[in-house]
Design a protein around this ligand. Structure first.
Ligand code: SF4
Ligand code: FES
Length: 253
């Protein structure tokens, strides 16, 4: 009996302006492989099914445990993390072909690696941090009610993978929508007793072009988020706060 193999089709691109091509590989099956280890196997011997020697696939990866957020890609057409996508689960009995492609809404750097810096620009625009002076010991921070801690903790689990942006129909060039991850971080930092000092600025940043009003409530983000962030709840809470801020600003002009 022929040894079991895994068939993979990978969309490749040599650089941001290169033409996209597809290369096919067939590699020996091992139980419990994830997509990252499969890409590692190809790197050890980058030869296509046609026997053509090629270059190893470029992809991002770091923690290998769904923490760093770097390895998001399209796996069988769906945005997933390569390190937690198990070949056995994707491939059923092993007879199917696994397709890999870069996220479609971000500029390709090379092969499966994309430039996701737009998320970090968006986080910067809404000041997604707690402004503290770290030059001396501030002692323990202000107390938080356990109920609030419980509500906010899931929002701190965001790994900046950008999957919520990839799957959002509103995240495109015509809306400039900042995306669910940024809005969730606004809720997190606005409800932090120290972070709240920048609350009005954050809400104003989400009131204009590309702000929270661009959300079309498709709810794809909450379905796809690998860390199960309560994104739709965060969007509706921040939406309400943005509206209150606009009313407040209108009367104090
Ligand atoms: S909210 Fe979820 S899907 Fe979006 S970047 Fe954070 S972890 Fe990824
Ligand atoms: S390698 Fe860090 S999330 Fe996948």
């Amino acid at each position: 009996m022929a040894a079991k193999t895994i068939k993979v089709e990978i969309k490749r691109q040599s650089g941001p302006d290169g033409a996209a091509t597809v290369e096919k590989f067939e590699i020996p099956y091992r139980p419990n492989m994830n997509i990252t280890s499969l890409l590692g196997e190809i790197a050890c011997d980058p030869v296509t099914v046609e026997g053509k020697a090629t270059t190893p696939i470029t992809y991002d990866s770091n923690c290998l445990e769904e923490i760093c957020g770097s390895c998001a890609m399209l796996i069988n057409g769906k945005a997933k993390m390569a390190c937690s996508a198990l070949v056995d689960k994707l491939n059923g009995d092993g007879s199917g072909t696994i397709t890999l492609a870069p996220l479609s809404k971000f500029p390709v750097v090379r092969d499966l690696s994309v430039d996701r810096s737009v998320l970090f620009q968006n986080l910067k625009a809404v000041k997604a941090w707690v402004p503290i002076d770290g030059t001396y010991d501030l002692g323990s921070g202000p107390r938080q009610f356990p109920q609030l801690q419980e509500e906010l903790y899931p929002l701190s689990n965001c790994i900046s993978c950008t999957i919520c942006m990839e799957v959002c129909p509103q995240f495109n060039d015509s809306t400039n929508f900042v995306g669910a991850a940024t809005i969730a971080q606004v809720k997190l930092f606005n409800n932090n007793p120290t972070g709240a000092v920048l609350k009005a600025e954050r809400l104003r940043a989400l009131a204009g072009d590309g702000g929270v009003q661009e959300c079309g409530f498709a709810q794809n983000c909450v379905e796809a988020c690998p860390k199960q962030l309560p994104l739709t709840e965060a969007i509706s809470d921040v939406s309400r706060d943005v509206m209150f801020q606009q009313v407040k600003d209108f009367f104090v002009r």
